[in-house]
Ligand binder design. Structure first.
Ligand code: PLP
Length: 402
């Protein structure tokens, strides 16, 4: 009998983190690598937020807090949901954890029995199937297609639901595709969910503020208020406020599940860092103007990257409406041979080739349950993005078909 549980043996480490770690180790060996594999803004946390954290330390806010988070933060979250999403919660319907990731984990730990099913569209964030498995559930992937803009189709949702389905997990804007569910898309999915009153919705809105052009963000509980009594809305400060390392996420939902999520958290991490909580109060209540600045910078970078990549023969990508990723089809290059004589059989081979030949770290689509793609994060400087796309183009031009 080995030391690892059967449950853990089925869980894969994050490929995003693996590619970023490989890039970092190659950099340490002196190789020049542009890292486009990670999911975090390259901007610094705004100064007013950092100052609030320093003030919290000096005010002695360095002790344990309530499991669900300090009252001031839960109040700030109540106001945020009302102001930006037209969602009404009381403070005890809010819980705060170590990033949106922990809220998703807490919700699933609190609700899944062995074999319960969780439906989500793919391509999906690397962690969804793994968190479901860790919580004892069974992931049910619903494939979406590039021609539908990677939006889950209502008929496909209906076909995936069984008597064991507990949750639909929905991430909009999406990591890795950048797809944003419109009001109409959500209304259509809500109509299906009304046929299945026992299925709950776990809305992961972590990229909410990163939508471009005329695209409007909306979330399920807002579009379908009748489903609010079975929806948990998860969000956080990581992406919108350039605060990935502070580890603050939050969720709002029906009291019963929020209380159970607090029980999970109370027996694991207790709460997120007290200082980070004070910083998050300032993030949510303070000046919001830099969000627009971040958004404009990302939109410009997106346009550069999409144009340059689509000019490379064998690569193709949609113009994503949100988040800071492009999901690039590379199927046409599979089967080609590198200058060293290696045949590229998979998207992983292609990603490794780009690391070696172009000095660019990307994540293979297979990590997101979608073969034949790579994900490129454009949360990097314009110069890095232009140099990376040019280097990818050069590397692709060296491939030959035997
Ligand atoms: N949800 C999605 C879709 C993500 O891409 C990420 C981070 O990459 C998270 C949640 C986690 O966010 P946090 O840093 O708040 O845990």
């Amino acid at each position: 009998m080995g030391i690892l549980s059967a449950k853990l043996s089925a869980v894969k480490p994050s490929q995003t983190k693996a590619m970023t770690a490989l890039a970092t180790s190659l950099k340490e060996q002196g190789k020049s690598i542009i890292t486009l594999s990670q999911g975090e803004p390259d901007f610094a946390t705004p100064e007013n937020i950092s100052r609030a954290a320093v003030a919290a330390i000096h005010a002695g806010h360095t002790k344990y807090t309530a499991v669900a988070g300090i009252p001031a933060l839960r109040e700030a979250v109540v106001k945020k949901f009302q102001r930006e999403n037209n969602l009404t919660f009381t403070a005890d319907q809010i819980t705060v954890g170590c990033g949106a990731k922990q809220l998703l984990f807490n919700a699933l730990m609190a609700s899944l029995d062995e074999g319960d099913e969780v439906v989500f569209p793919t391509p999906c964030w690397v962690s969804y199937p793994e968190i479901v498995k860790l919580a004892g559930g069974t992931p049910v992937a619903v494939e979406t297609r590039a021609r539908d803009g990677f939006i889950m189709q209502p008929a496909d949702l209906r076909a995936a639901i069984t008597p064991r389905t507990k949750w639909l997990m929905l991430n909009s804007p999406s990591n890795p595709t950048g797809a944003v569910y419109s009001r109409k898309n959500l209304e259509e999915l809500a109509a299906v969910l009304r046929e299945f009153p026992d299925v709950w919705v776990l809305a992961d809105d972590i990229y909410e503020h990163l939508v471009y052009g005329d695209v409007k963000f909306c979330t399920m509980a807002e579009v379908a208020p009748d489903l609010a009594n079975r929806t948990v809305t998860v969000n956080g400060v990581s992406k919108s406020y350039a605060m990935t390392g502070w580890r603050v996420g939050y969720a709002g939902g029906p009291l019963e599940i929020i209380k159970a999520m607090n029980t999970v958290q109370g027996q694991s991490t207790s709460h997120t860092c007290s200082i980070s909580q004070y910083a998050a109060v300032e993030a949510l209540n303070g000046d919001q103007s830099f969000i627009g600045k971040f958004r404009r910078a990302f939109e410009q970078r997106r346009n550069i990257v999409v144009k340059m990549l689509n000019e490379i023969p064998g690569l193709e990508c949609n113009t994503p409406d949100g988040a800071f990723y492009v999901f690039v089809g590379c199927e046409a290059l599979l089967g080609m041979t590198t200058p060293k004589g290696q045949k590229l059989a998979t998207d992983m081979d292609f990603a490794m080739y780009l690391m070696e030949e172009a000095g660019v770290a990307v994540v293979p689509g297979s990590g997101f349950m979608a073969d034949g793609f790579i994900r490129i994060s454009y949360a990097s400087s314009e110069d890095d993005l232009k140099n990376a796309c040019a280097a990818i183009g050069d590397a692709v031009s060296k491939l030959t078909r035997a």
